[in-house]
Design a protein around this ligand. Structure first.
Ligand code: FAD
Ligand code: NAI
Length: 468
């Protein structure tokens, strides 16, 4: 069989690319090494983690805030196996959804590990396709990423785990130490802290979610400490050893080598980032050399050093986010047929699905300072908002950074209830290069959380907030 395009990997980058290719009239195949479609995001990433975040948040609210709302529950308890079952059903539904989309778009699906024989010939190995080969004119590599786990952390998948195993624990742990105060550590840490686990986070840098605006780190840190999570910043984990049902973890202070901390915990979750996954892909057969971080180098059209071979998503440079991979999937399909698509990378939002949520787009205050761009900040706290008082979601703030001279919105950083959904307004306004004044003059329904964004824009345009 000969295809116009073969996509390797069926994550949000790969399956979206395949659909767009098919829509544009290209005969398309997709290869997936696992027996289910959807990649990291759908199977062991975005979707299952959000399912558990939602379930654990319901429990936490029933436990901690229902009384204040006048709802009394007796004998409240967690049924973690049922929580995991529901999560698995959500994943399965999504798997079926992607399978349906492949059929609907007449995309041929091959289950097995794909590797390059030549740039136009892909070998597929696995039980469902023993040694099949397909011919293809073009290829999109969308093979994603895997967790980084240094050998000395003794990853045994039982007590020393990554996010993949943390999504399937069936008994609420007494204690869990998390290495890394990034997105995974804080989201999964929240799940278990809400269920009653003692959660300890050890972070190498001097703040959590270090890539985001420092006000977001500060606000989120306050909220997560209220939830009971403990943070040890500027500590590096030096040893992880599991024995029977416990793990011993030791960390050294980065400021004073003689200062060490050690813990004995039920689980140690390693969440220190992910690496691009190109194992067994046969890149050496076509002359593609990954960079020092293992990423596949691409040009502005996301084409690799080999003409006709493109790469997208976690396996290339940039944020490791599902929606970034999806944008790139559409982009590459359109480039292939001669269209001129565009991705505005600076306007890809980042979200952390803790509670309160964190959502951010554009430049942080630290970046603007570093680049020497003059700006004016406007902030508004959620606690001054009627809607937030009604729901008791008082934590957090909206921060708008506008250009000092032109008033153009350059960055929006939100910590608060439903920040993940609120950020879409900021993205839309920034795509159209709106000013803070434009946003401040738009009517926002009352009472909504979005009023906090309007108020922060008013603050950025000269201290005109109404409600503080
Ligand atoms: P992947 O989703 O990793 O898919 C790659 C696919 O390629 C896999 O199915 C793999 O099996 C397959 N593959 C690899 N090599 C081969 C081969 N040689 N042959 C055949 N198949 C192959 N991002 C968000 O935007 N929002 C979130 O809320 C979010 N939550 C996350 C939570 C967790 C716990 C994790 C781990 C990640 C989360 N992410 C989130 C990140 C997101 O999952 C990734 O950015 C996204 O999945 C990347 O998509 P991709 O298509 O590039 O690769
Ligand atoms: P991350 O890069 O977000 O955070 C890793 C953290 O670990 C960093 O703060 C780093 O300083 C710290 N660290 C590194 N080595 C350390 C060590 N030895 N000791 C202590 N701390 C150490 O990576 P994470 O959380 O693993 O997530 C991986 C990727 O998955 C991210 O790039 C993210 O984009 C994606 N993801 C996105 C989500 C979302 O969009 N909501 C949710 C979960 C993951």
């Amino acid at each position: 069989m000969k295809y116009d395009v073969t996509v390797i990997g069926s994550g949000p980058g790969g399956y979206v690319a395949a659909i767009r290719c098919a829509q544009l009239g290209l005969k398309t195949a997709i290869i997936e090494r696992y027996p289910v479609l959807g990649g990291t995001c759908l199977n062991v990433g975005c979707i299952p983690s959000k399912a558990l975040l939602d379930s654990s948040e319901h429990y936490h609210n029933a436990h901690s805030t229902f009384n204040a709302h006048g709802i009394e529950i007796k004998d409240l308890k967690v049924n973690l196996p049922q929580m995991i079952r529901r999560k698995n059903e959500v994943v399965l539904d999504n798997n079926k959804g992607v399978e349906f989309l492949m059929k609907k778009n007449k995309i041929d699906v091959f289950y097995g590990h794909g590797s390059f024989v030549t740039k136009n010939r892909i070998k597929i190995t696995g039980p469902a396709a023993p040694g099949d080969e397909i011919e293809t004119d073009k290829v999109i590599i969308a093979t994603g990423s895997k967790p980084i786990v240094p050998a000395h952390f003794n990853y045994d998948k039982k007590r020393v785990i990554t996010s993949t195993e943390a999504l399937n624990i069936e008994k609420v742990p007494g204690s869990m130490l998390i290495i890394g105060g990034g997105v995974i550590g804080l989201e999964l840490g929240s799940v278990y802290a809400r269920l009653g686990t003692e959660v300890i986070v050890v972070e190498f840098l001097d703040r959590i979610i270090a890539g985001m605006d420092s006000d977001c780190s500060r606000e989120l840190s306050k909220s997560l400490k209220k939830l009971g999570m403990q943070f040890h910043l500027r500590y590096a984990v030096t040893e992880v050893k599991s024995a029977k049902n416990k793990v011993k973890v030791t960390a050294k202070s980065r400021d004073d080598e003689s200062k060490t901390l050690s813990w004995e915990v039920d689980y140690c979750l390693v969440a220190i980032g992910r690496r691009p996954y190109t194992d067994g892909l046969g890149l050496e057969n076509i002359g593609i050399v990954p960079d020092e971080k293992g990423r596949i180098p691409v040009d502005d059209h996301l084409q690799t050093t080999v003409p006709g071979i493109y790469a997208i998503g976690d396996v290339i440079q940039g944020a490791m986010l599902a929606h970034k991979a999806e944008e790139e999937g559409v982009f590459v399909a359109e480039v292939m047929v001669g269209q001129k698509p565009h991705i505005h990378y600076n306007l890809i939002p980042g979200v952390v699905y803790t509670w309160p949520e964190v959502a951010s787009v554009g430049y942080t205050e630290e970046q603007l300072k570093e680049m020497g761009i003059p700006y004016k900040p406007g902030k508004f706290p959620f606690r001054a908002l009627g809607r937030a008082r009604a729901s008791m979601d008082l934590d957090g703030m909206v921060k708008v950074l506008a250009h000092k001279d032109t008033d153009e919105i350059l960055g929006v950083h939100i910590v608060g209830a439903r920040a993940a959904d609120m950020i879409a307004e900021a993205v839309a306004l920034m795509e159209f290069r709106a000013s803070a004044e434009d946003a401040a003059r738009m009517s926002h329904a009352h009472p909504t959380y979005t009023e906090a964004f309007k108020e922060a824009c008013l603050a950025a345009t000269g201290n005109r907030s109404i409600h503080v």
